[in-house]
Design a protein around this ligand. Structure first.
Ligand code: FPP
Length: 236
């Protein structure tokens, strides 16, 4: 069935990998490994549906506090996926972008990200954004500092600054705000994700754990979105 009213920007808080693995008596990393398959499936489904931006919350600033072995495994998976998926991204016309506190990532991972971003920079069918070492409060604070620097010595300019000026300093500058935010695994919270950018985002919560969230589930979320009535605080 054709999906109507396709959101321009779909974002996903991919949650439940650990529980999925536990249910199978396996280590948490096994869940992350299967979660990568869901990343691939949802990327394909998003391209097929005509979504322009798909963003995924892969690793938060808070996730650095997980056991070192899990952090290492997640960073390793990221590196492996970057190396493996170049062809698929090129074939599907997908531009790859990583947003977050890049200073905390290893030199090797940063170099691999730079190279994939460069290689896919000319692709126009869809933009795949991976949020890595990202948190909403971190983004807002770095934007505030940046705005302050820009207007240093110009208090009148600072007083006249608009929301658009502020948005230009967020790491998501130039990217439309998410229309639809999906969170898997039954948790219903924002977890310090795109706090500013989600002001008018539609939320979709599902009990499905991330490794089980594949094309059919993604399409189900798009259909639910199509039935939403977005008013942006106005009266129709
Ligand atoms: C949440 O499950 C998932 C994560 C913190 C990591 C998401 C990462 C991937 C799917 C793999 C790499 C990603 C890419 C883009 C290649 P959880 O560990 O919080 O699960 P739990 O809540 O059940 O413990």
């Amino acid at each position: 069935m054709e999906i109507t009213n396709v959101p321009r920007h779909v974002s996903i808080i991919m949650d439940g990998n650990g529980r999925w693995a536990k249910e199978r008596g396996k280590e948490r990393v096994y869940g992350h490994l299967n979660g990568v398959e869901s990343v691939r499936a949802c990327t394909e489904a998003a391209v097929e549906a005509g979504v322009e931006y798909l963003s995924l919350f892969a690793f938060s600033e808070e996730n650095w506090n997980r056991p070192g072995s899990e952090v290492d495994a997640l960073m390793g998976l990221m590196m492996q996926s970057i190396r493996k998926e170049v062809g698929t991204l090129m074939d599907n016309g997908v531009r790859f972008v990583v947003l977050g506190n890049r200073a905390r990532l290893s030199e090797g991972l940063n170099a691999a990200i730079d190279s994939l971003e460069k290689e896919t920079a000319g692709n126009v069918r869809m933009t795949l954004i991976i949020f890595l070492s990202y948190s909403g409060k971190w983004d807002i604070l770095q934007a505030a500092k940046s705005l302050a620097r820009r207007f240093a010595g110009d208090p009148e300019g600072l007083d006249a600054a608009t929301p658009a000026d502020f948005e230009n300093e967020l790491v998501t500058a130039g990217i439309p705000d998410p229309d639809l935010l999906i969170r898997t695994s039954g948790e219903q919270r924002i977890s310090n994700y795109m706090l500013w950018q989600s002001a008018y985002t539609e939320f979709y919560f599902t009990d499905v754990l991330w490794p089980d969230f594949r094309k059919r589930e993604f399409r189900k979320a798009l259909k639910a979105y199509a039935a939403r009535d977005r008013r942006y605080g106005k009266v129709k």
